[in-house]
Design a protein around this ligand. Sequence first.
Ligand code: TXA
Ligand code: MG
Length: 322
Amino acid sequence: MFNLISSPVSIIKGAAESLREGNLVAFATETVYGLGADAENKAAIERVYRVKNRPSSHPLIVHFSSIEYLYQWASTIPKFAIDLANFFWPGPLTLILPKTALAKSYITGGQGNIAVRVPSHPQALSILTEFEKLGGRGVAAPSANRFGKVSPTSFQDVQSELGKYLSKNDQIIDGGRCSIGLESTIIDCTKSMPTVLRPGAITYEMIQDLLDIKINHFNGSTNTIKASGLMKSHYSPSAKVILSNEPKPGDGFIALAEFPTPDKVIRLASPTNNEEFARTLYSALRLADELKLTHVHILPPSEKNIGAAIYDRIKKASYSNN
Ligand code: TXA
Ligand code: MG
């Protein structure tokens, strides 16, 4: 690091310039940290796939600073998608729509659809705004973790997970801890009715309240969309994850604070509500690996509000091990 003392403005501008030059910049969003690259730069996108060790058939989300860029990336936009974007952006919501010619197959994994999102983290929005002033139109940013692993929710997480795969001109920008801690809600808007493909902080209830139409829930069997977060197994630490309230001595345990820690069990998180559960889940799973635990027992909270997303991620983290 040469630039030890930088004002926040120079950090933001430096990140935007670096993205335009074709480098990778990992940055915080309100959900999780993303590994950003200019969405119009094929070589940079190819590096994102290599750094993540992600199969190129799994498409990326394009991020921009305001709804006006939606029309550059998406071609046929139903009214319900515009209503969702107007109401929930900037925020933890990703929309999947038919793509325009701007969205090349290296972003979409060869599919005819594009995923788009306006994040609400102020630093992410500033980077995107500066990037657009330099002529950029979108930053592709998957979660900044190796494929199949737990998403990072702090600067240190990204550094320890991806630091060794980044090049000297790439950057990781410290945006503090992510306030939500789970990835955005993904809604497929390519059919006559919206389908929630990945639950998140924007809940079914919030979507249903806004839209006066029926919403489908993804059932995993009929949908042909390739989405890594939609695989049965994902978000996995090295430790075996078990949904249970009966950890053995030496095991890790994650549950709401009201559930006591059994004797000789290592408590990894004691959140007091669902939002705190979401915010701390991934760092608790990372801690399990740092402590080299072999088993982590998780007691999911109720599925109200963000609880459905918590349950979805815990199920996927546990799947490969069952
Ligand atoms: O909260 C988030 O969404 C974070 C932050 C950084 O914005 N990003 C994120 O990206 O979680 P990623 O790539 O880790 O997860 C995005 C999911 C993947 O499962 C991907 O396959 C799916 O969205 N996806 C992306 N584009 C798609 C498309 N055109 N059609 C269907 N699924 C798509
Ligand atoms: Mg991911």
